[in-house]
Ligand binder design. Structure first.
Ligand code: GRF
Length: 205
């Protein structure tokens, strides 16, 4: 026995620019996130900038266009792909598609999502604008396990920032995004360590 564990294999799912994916990839490259590797990057949008970035990094990629397809059928293809790449932990990184119950059940407590608000406040789309328009004084982001409800599962990491008098929705979004990039790496490190328990809704180290 060498005592050295094989790297935990991540599957990244994205639909857009992919800055959270790139932050994770950079954390791995820079040695800030140890014991994990990106097994595959999957997109439901063929033109996603994040997908092109993954190709340029030489990572395995796959595209399953979701437009016009039944959710369960599309998800079955994605599940097969993730299993074929021996993915152990899935990171939704701007994946703009709800997962079917079958997808969630195929990877219990092995799917993470990042959301740009302090959940349970402001689930759904344009969370940063929702928060800004509401007038909150503290905003932030949440990384949580995915369950069958939207933006709802057990919270692993939250990072908070003050809303500044000089902010507008755009500047607030940019400052939240910088926190997202830190939060995803922190979350993956915690989950990859295996040193946690889920007690009810609580993630306990
Ligand atoms: C992020 O704000 C994330 O919280 C949300 O979608 C956005 C994705 O951005 N779920 P990027 O594609 O990672 O740059």
């Amino acid at each position: 026995m060498s005592g050295v564990r094989d790297p935990l294999r991540l599957g990244i799912l994205l639909s857009g620019r992919g800055s959270n994916f790139l932050a994770i990839a950079e954390s791995i490259r820079a040695g800030r996130l140890k014991g994990v590797e990106i097994a595959v990057v999957v997109s439901n949008v063929a033109e996603a900038a994040g997908l092109q970035a993954a190709r340029e990094l030489g990572l395995p990629t796959a595209v399953f266009v979701s437009m016009g397809r039944k959710r369960a059928e599309h998800d079955a293809d994605v599940i097969d792909c993730l299993k074929a790449h021996s993915v152990e932990l899935i990171c939704l990184a701007g994946y703009m598609r709800l997962l079917s119950p079958e997808f969630v059940a195929a990877f219990p407590n092995r799917i993470l999502n990042i959301h740009p608000s302090l959940l349970p406040a402001f689930p759904g789309l344009e969370a940063q604008t929702q928060a800004f328009d509401y007038g909150v004084q503290v905003a932030g982001c949440t990384v949580h396990f995915v369950d069958e409800h939207l933006d709802h599962g057990v919270i692993v990491v939250q990072r908070a920032i003050p809303v500044l008098e000089s902010d507008d929705a755009h500047s607030l979004s940019e400052r939240i995004l910088a926190e997202e990039h830190l939060a995803y790496t922190e979350t993956i490190a915690r989950v990859a360590s295996g040193e946690y328990e889920i007690r009810g809704r609580r993630f306990v180290k």
